[in-house]
Design a protein around this ligand. Structure first.
Ligand code: 5AD
Ligand code: SF4
Length: 440
């Protein structure tokens, strides 16, 4: 590879989950701290970081088409760095298949990005996919600025090994960041403008640590400490596993006023045979009883979930159990996916792979059920007055958008600025949003 001048501008593009959004922000902060500036259009950038997702097939294909699109009219390309979970899982394939990629960096090694980019600018091609997660956070610069709603990764990795999922392989074993580091980072985010913090982890409710007095504590204890930050108004967390939903966290939903009434708790399927084949450690009934306990302490809590249709061997009757659990729970919102075989996972080689047409048809029925429930949930909030955290401008003149405590998108017209917490009367429900009116 010919040497190029060291890059002055960069563009980071993140795909996939919120943790990738967080990682993308941290990479941008790191490059900024090294004197580079962010280019708003990637066509103008000397360095493009594609922060990738490997969770489903389409996401991986997108990486290669994105790499192709980075070729400029004169045949040159910026320095291309592939980061994230595709980099971790398929680093050597990427290097072989895409000669224009100069840097491959896994999710636990991106604190080394600046030096790797320097090596690439000097003509090299570099790969770093080691997994010592603790080193990364300590090596990142302190956070100085934040939008009203900030992400904070508190836990990474997964030990659950659901048979369809690549995360345990791409993100590694479960690790929890230390309590004191998290309280510090949260404080800086709040000083930098955050009113809401969403705590992130692949199994965020498996977070475990020791508080400032050396006592063992879980997510509930961390949330309690963060709630002491006066200018922090809201705390959220995602994604949770039913097996890690402990009594303290359930209790926190009624005792911690800053903990928002929203719980993303994926069930994946409503059928016990499928759940077992997925290596989920819960049954459909166990999941429902857990939600009963959560709702006993916080009756208005909005429940959100993830669903997979067409897991290998899933029959029509088993799929109908998933429709039944959706009716039993009444999800406020949810994400749903067609099963995608991931290389190296146990489910990819299971018998009974379901054909595309059947998956399409099941996904459509599932999504229409989920739509019905999200509309119904939004309808229950109509007529109420609630606090909205304003996070952006709407498309119409004077229109603003924000989030209700139940994570609904609420839009209204009126005098409010991004970052304000305003009182809004909820007027009209849609499946994915609510129209409101600014209270006098
Ligand atoms: N195929 C389809 N969906 C998947 N998910 C994870 N792995 C797969 C896969 N191989 C979904 C699960 C998970 C969400 C983040 O992505 O529903 O909760
Ligand atoms: Fe994947 Fe299951 Fe771990 Fe979630 S709990 S990251 S679905 S293996």
């Amino acid at each position: 590879m010919p040497a190029t001048t060291p890059p002055k501008t960069f563009h980071v593009k993140s795909f996939g989950c919120q943790m990738n959004v967080y990682d993308g922000e941290r990479m941008a902060e790191l490059l900024t701290a090294k004197g580079m500036t962010s280019a708003s259009e990637r066509e103008d950038a000397d360095l493009v970081v594609l922060n990738t997702c490997h969770i489903r097939e389409r996401a991986t294909e997108k990486v290669y088409s994105d790499i192709g699109r980075l070729r400029r009219d004169d045949g040159t390309t910026p320095i291309i760095a592939v980061a994230g979970c595709v980099a971790q899982a398929e680093g050597s394939e990427i290097m072989a298949r895409a000669p224009s990629v100069r840097v491959v960096v896994g999710p636990q090694a991106y604190h080394r990005l600046p030096e790797m980019v320097a090596q690439a600018a000097a003509g090299g091609r570099v790969t770093e996919t080691d997994m010592p997660a603790e080193a990364k956070f300590a090596a990142l610069p302190k956070r100085r600025r934040s939008g009203p709603s900030a992400f904070l990764t508190i836990q990474e990795g997964c030990d659950k090994f659901c048979t369809y999922c690549v995360v345990p392989y791409t993100r590694g074993a479960e690790i929890s960041r230390p309590f004191a580091d998290l309280v510090d980072e949260a404080r800086l985010l709040v000083e930098g403008g955050a009113r809401e913090i969403t705590l992130l982890g692949q199994n965020v409710n498996a977070w475990a640590g020791e508080d400032d007095k050396g006592r063992a504590t879980g997510l509930a204890g961390l949330a309690e400490e963060l709630a002491k930050l006066p200018d922090l108004a809201r705390i959220r967390y995602t994604t949770s596993h039913p097996a890690d939903m402990d009594d303290a966290l359930i209790a926190a939903h009624s005792s911690n006023e800053k903990l928002m009434p929203f719980l993303h708790l994926p069930v994946q399927s409503g059928n016990d045979r499928v759940l077992k084949a997925m290596n989920r450690s819960h049954t459909a009934e166990g999941y429902l009883r857990l939600l009963d306990r959560v709702r006993a302490g916080r009756p208005d809590i909005a429940i959100s979930g993830d669903f997979i249709v067409g897991f290998p061997g899933e029959t029509e009757a088993e799929f109908e159990d998933t429709l039944r659990i959706i009716d039993a729970v009444g999800y406020a919102q949810a994400f749903s996916f067609k099963y995608s075989p991931r290389p190296g996972t146990p489910a990819a080689t299971m018998d009974g792979q379901v054909c595309g047409e059947v998956m399409d048809e099941r996904l459509q029925r599932l999504q229409s059920a989920l739509h019905r429930h999200s509309q119904a949930f939004n309808q229950t909030t109509i007529g109420r007055r609630c606090t909205v955290l304003v996070d952006r401008k709407g498309r119409q003149p004077g229109q603003m958008l924000g989030k209700s405590p139940w994570l609904q998108s609420v839009y209204f017209t009126g005098d409010a600025a991004i970052g304000d917490l305003v009182e809004v009367d909820m007027i009209e429900a849609w499946p994915n949003s609510v129209a409101g009116k600014l209270a006098a």
